[in-house]
Design a protein around this ligand. Sequence first.
Ligand code: SF4
Length: 472
Amino acid sequence: MTAMPEMVTLVEKSDAHLFGQPYEYARRELIEPDWRRFPGWAHVTEAQWRDAQWQRANCVKNERQLRRVAGDLLTESFYADLAADQAELATMSMLLPPQMLNTMAPHAAPGEFTEAFLADPVRRYMLPVRSDRDPVHPSHPHSTRDSLHEAEMWVVEGLTHRYPTKVLAELLSTCPQYCGHCTRMDLVGNSTPQVDKHKLALKPVDRQDRMIDYLRRTPGVRDVVVSGGDVANVPWKQLESFLMRLLDIETVRDIRLATKALAGLPQHWLQPSVVEGLERVAHTASRRGVNLAIHTHVNHAQSVTPLVAEAARTALEVGVRDVRNQGVLMRGVNATPEALLDLCFALQGEANILPYYFYMCDMIPNAEHWRVAVWEAQALQHAIMGYLPGYATPRIICDVPYVGKRWVHQVAEYDRELGVSYWTKNYLAGTERATGGDQAEILQRRYPYFDPISTLPESGRRYWQAHPDYLG
Ligand code: SF4
């Protein structure tokens, strides 16, 4: 067992910047990149671009459609790399609203487009290619489809009761965009050649009835994350009716709407019918003293455009109490102090979105090239302290299987050689209380989490080669 990680990287970094701050803040104006640089959108008007229906109808769902938009801006070798990934490794199907695709390689000259597109941080997680993946260990031996075991903690279909006072309500299994690293890859999106997705069995209305019934019967739950998938794909009337029923339950005091679409398809949240509906819900929440918030998922400053800021501002104007960001920390996307701080300042300073959390990427299959080690996450947390207002300084979180969210410095023990960190928990999941197992043992156990093998010293890498079943 080795000691806690030394901050070698940071010391070296600060030595290199003796005459200045390691990070220099400069206010940057948000930019909506010009979509007309894509041959397929050369004649798309601003009115079309702002139209949510146009955005949904023109999503890119496969290589053929990408070719129609990007044409020969991208080389044949890129398309081949993409096709290989789709066939051999992708855990999520392709679904890119034009808004998202337009934030990739925003300033590249046509002759340099493929190179810029390949290196682009948004492309790296929304449109993965074969050559991105770890060539030796694309998956950790302990990666699993439902890596957080959410379905095991369902108290009714889609309702995860993992924490004492909070539940996660998955209303549906689709989103307006699919992220390559989706932690719910088990359930969300269309099947891929690698992953046959599980399906929700109940009709949406029956599932929602059962969720409401559980919450009425369980007054200890005060906080409901309404999620999916993405709530932007729930027909508005259905979502509003569910939210109003939640607001009728006196013990529910916090409601959070989970929607990456605020950034991926802000046009959805700017539609008059949605804005008016959100206003009705926000007013009811305010009258009843319930905190209604939107939680979105932005991973890079490029995604924070004027339209995203407009959507966030509109939600706040109609009475949503807060808009917060829960990003995912990923190598090649945002796992540097500069990328994290650029994103946080764009969110906090320009879009009124609170930089709330960054989750470490979960241990799903084929995600090793994105994942960072716990010690790297700790170093990043250290590096971003002190620049933002304290309340807007995000916490970097490890979502430990069977435990839940832990700040990365809460690790109880850490074997750096084998990359195994150990964590403890201080509560029982709803299902653990209900089943009456050995509850004392659950609270005393150490729960392991595994660093990517590529981040280990040579001896650790050799050990995993020989012992892929090692459980820590
Ligand atoms: S928006 Fe969220 S649920 Fe949907 S694919 Fe992305 S990470 Fe998964």
